[in-house]
Design a protein around this ligand. Structure first.
Ligand SMILES: Cc1ncc(COP(=O)(O)O)c(C=O)c1O
Length: 391
């Protein structure tokens, strides 16, 4: 007899990996309501606070009044709405690319773009810590997956040599690594992609809106935006909306429209979401966007220093994602529970999201946090760390 659902659930529980969701009432802000209490949110990707910004809400409401609630079907079936085109024009302007294509989510972008570009006989070189949606895209493509050690461009260079001449080569990396908060060595990756005539795709889900001038992302920040063939980013994190984009050449866009199954076979983004994303792009390129970025970088530096001074061994990094490594799954979940009891909402991250033994609390800092709250949180975290033997 095949295994029962109950047995499988028991197996997940026994390995300390059972997951469930926690109910939040009200908005996604720096403070949230959970279980009748107000908590400090320290794990949201709403980095700039735009999920709660009146300009985005107003744009979404206006769009519903003008265009209704749904796009009706895939864009190849019921048509592209004006807002899709407006948003793609705005993305191309923001990323300084020839063209852009929007997707229903970052996951849909990665699982659509990668199989559109590579197939059996091709090779994808993927950083070992890349996001799961990238790995899913590679597996779906049928191309050979060659994983290189995290950010190790020297090793990548040797692997590219080893696989030279075996079909199309695609190098793919997170821009800011989602669970570690460090940045990919894009200067070196661009040099390698040129030397090996490979394509380079950067998933800047966590850099878009936050890193670089006007929030244009990691590649822009490192001065190599022109060397990246597929600049993917998401609207659901710093941009406070939902969906994703690929900033590419016009030819590449045509290819994606023709080959991306997640674009072809899925109802497209609805008007409210498109309008909120448009408003977000305008906002991140304004003086207010600069102010929010100044705040998030200052807050992240302050909180990071607070944890280091408390005695935690925080991995190097300079972004708003600050991992506190707790180790095994049991300690990780106890840490998260104790944070909740103290009034801090920050989830434990366990395998398979991160490698075995590297469970962590993935703290994320927002532009809308204030320093008093961050100092208070660092103090509470220190006490828990001492209690659990993590510090
Ligand atoms: C690096 C990275 N890429 C892609 C995604 C998926 O994006 P989305 O949440 O829009 O599906 C995420 C996060 O969820 C991510 O962290």
């Amino acid at each position: 007899m095949s295994r029962s659902i109950q047995d499988e659930l028991q197996e997940i529980s026994n390995s300390g990996l059972f997951r469930s969701t926690r109910l939040i009432t009200g908005r996604q802000s720096a403070r949230i309501s959970h279980g009748g209490r107000e908590l400090l949110m320290l794990c949201s990707n709403n980095y700039l606070g735009l999920a709660d910004h009146p300009a985005l809400a107003k744009a979404a409401i206006n769009a519903v009044e003008i265009y209704g609630t749904s796009s009706g079907a895939s864009r190849l079936v019921s048509g592209t709405m004006e807002l899709h085109e407006l948003l793609e024009g705005a993305v191309a302007g923001f990323k300084r690319s020839e063209a852009a294509l929007v997707f229903n989510s970052g996951h849909a972008a990665n699982t659509g773009i990668i199989p559109a570009l590579v197939r059996r006989g091709d090779v994808v070189f993927s950083d070992r810590l890349n996001h799961a949606s990238i790995v899913d895209g590679i597996l779906l493509s049928g191309a050979r997956l060659v994983r290189y050690p995290h950010n190790d461009h020297l090793r990548l260079s040797r692997l590219l040599d080893k696989h030279r001449g075996k079909g199309r080569a695609l190098i793919v990396t997170d821009g800011v690594f989602s669970m570690d908060g460090d940045m990919a060595p894009l200067v070196e990756l661009v040099a390698l992609k040129k030397a090996h005539e490979a394509l380079l795709m950067v998933d800047d889900a966590h850099g878009s809106g936050v890193i670089g001038s006007q929030g244009r992302g990691c590649a822009e920040h490192l001065g190599v935006a022109d060397g990246v063939d597929i600049k993917m980013g998401t609207f659901g994190k710093a941009l406070g909306s939902f969906g994703a984009y690929a900033a590419v050449t016009s030819d590449m866009r045509d290819l994606l429209v023709n080959r991306c199954r997640s674009f072809i076979f899925s109802t497209s983004l609805p008007p409210a979401v498109l309008a909120a994303s448009l408003a977000a792009l305008e906002l991140v390129q304004s003086a207010e966007g600069d102010l929010l970025r100044d705040r998030i970088h200052a807050n992240a530096g302050y909180f990071r220093r607070g944890l280091v001074e408390a005695g935690f061994d925080i991995p190097d990094g300079s972004t708003q994602i600050i991992p506190l490594i707790t180790g095994d799954s049991e300690t990780t979940m106890r840490f998260s529970e104790e944070l909740l009891a103290e009034g801090i909402f920050a989830q434990g991250i366990r395998p398979p999201t991160v490698p075995a033994g590297s469970g962590r609390i993935r703290f994320t800092v927002m532009a809308t946090h204030d320093l008093v709250d961050l100092a208070w949180a660092a103090g509470r975290i220190k006490e828990i760390g001492i209690r659990l033997g993590v510090v």
